[in-house]
Design a protein around this ligand. Structure first.
Ligand SMILES: [Fe+2]
Ligand SMILES: [Fe+2]
Length: 376
């Protein structure tokens, strides 16, 4: 039975020193290499034996969209105005940042000017992490095409490779043309992506990427889509969400079948991997690089973030897609309910009975709805 130290490299999940000790030293390098030694699998069984994946594949072919022509890139984006509007929405009208009691903290002397700058940096950081995560998805789904043994899954995964290229393209272009700076990949996110890519077992790529990373992305995109009043980002996210819901459904449908063949100890390894991924993603949202760039003490700032009153809610929201999908796959309660206990400790268990994404992807397909409306 693996310990926290074996899974996470630290005994205490909330050990702040250990969390902040994970950082990237090679941020000026243009390339990052990951050794992946999975087998590429040919199948000679071309029988279309998985109708649910076949249906998803047909949907994916119909719901393709084009970053260049489906979005209005002439839209003017005033980033400062966007930050102020977001803050107004989040705290009901006070000056930016006024919802946090900053007495005795590194933020004590911040005026509205610093809070706005923080909002701008935070947006640059958030979109940069989306961009890098999308490249991770691009690489992972290209890997799934090679490693998954089922023809229906290879077909579907090929459409997802195209989707992910489009997502990298849209976030990259938005950052370049509409925002004011880039951030390198967050160290926790990179650690997780490296683990997912390096694992030779095809189903671990699915679990790490389709269920965990994309499940969180689906929730995070949904949150920002609801919050933002900036029309270009809103539409881009709405379209990306249409694709992401399919991607998570692909993971749920495939693993549901595969996990039935696995033994207790094998399922336990999957539970541990899901837990590791959940912690890495939670840690990445502490946005340590933003505080560093703002020139304030990172440890003090992150400590404050972890204790902020709205933090548990935000964190749980990020897991609102992951937890029901893990439940549907049987990972929550397998064995002695080990993952249920871990998710309870992380404070994210309350979403277990929400609709899982294996069912809801069609309802989230806004691209198809727009196509229908245009031809009606
Ligand atoms: Fe994506
Ligand atoms: Fe995706």
């Amino acid at each position: 039975m693996a310990t926290n130290n074996e899974i996470l490299g630290r005994h205490e999940v909330d050990d702040l020193e250990a969390i902040l000790a994970i950082s990237n030293k090679d941020i000026d390098d243009v390339q990052h290499l990951v050794k992946a030694d999975a087998d590429a699998i040919f199948t000679w069984d071309y029988e279309r034996s998985r109708p649910a994946l076949g249906k998803l594949y047909e949907k994916a072919k119909k719901s393709q969209w084009n970053v260049t022509t489906d979005l209005d890139w002439d839209t003017d984006v005033d980033q400062e105005a966007v930050v102020v509007a977001n803050a107004l929405q989040q705290n009901g009208g006070g000056p930016v940042g006024s919802e946090v009691d900053t007495t005795g903290t590194p933020f004590e002397k911040w005026t509205e000017k610093e809070w706005i700058q923080f909002g701008i940096e935070s947006q640059n950081w958030t979109l940069s992490q989306f961009l890098h995560g999308e490249q991770g998805a691009l690489i992972c789904t290209a890997k799934v095409v090679e490693t998954v043994p089922w023809i229906d899954a290879k077909y579907y995964a090929a459409t997802q490779v195209m989707d992910e290229a489009r997502h990298v393209e849209v976030f990259s272009r938005y950052l370049d043309e509409k925002l004011s700076g880039h951030y390198p990949i967050n160290a926790h996110l990179r650690l997780l992506l490296d683990d997912i890519i390096a694992d030779p077992r095809w189903d671990m790529t699915y679990l790490g990427m389709q269920i965990m990373v994309e499940g969180l992305a689906l929730a995070a995109f949904g949150f920002i889509h609801q919050l933002t009043t900036e029309p270009l980002l809103k539409k881009a996210l709405r379209y990306v969400i249409s694709d992401e819901a399919r991607h998570v459904a692909f993971g749920v449908l495939s693993l549901q079948e595969y996990y039935k063949e696995l033994s207790g100890p094998e399922i336990r390894e999957r539970q541990e991997f899901a837990f590791e991924a959940a912690v890495r993603m939670r840690d990445r949202f502490l946005q340590q690089e933003v505080f560093d760039r703002m020139g304030i003490d990172v440890k003090e700032a992150v400590q404050l973030v972890m204790q902020a009153p709205d933090r548990p809610l935000f964190q749980a929201m990020l897991f609102s897609k992951i937890v029901p999908n893990c439940k549907k796959l049987g990972l929550l309660d397998a064995g002695d309910g080990w993952l249920r206990e871990r998710f309870t400790e992380l404070g994210v268990i309350q979403f277990e009975d929400l609709e899982d994404t294996g069912e809801e992807y069609a309802a989230l397909d806004e691209v198809a709805k727009d196509r229908e409306a245009a031809t009606a």
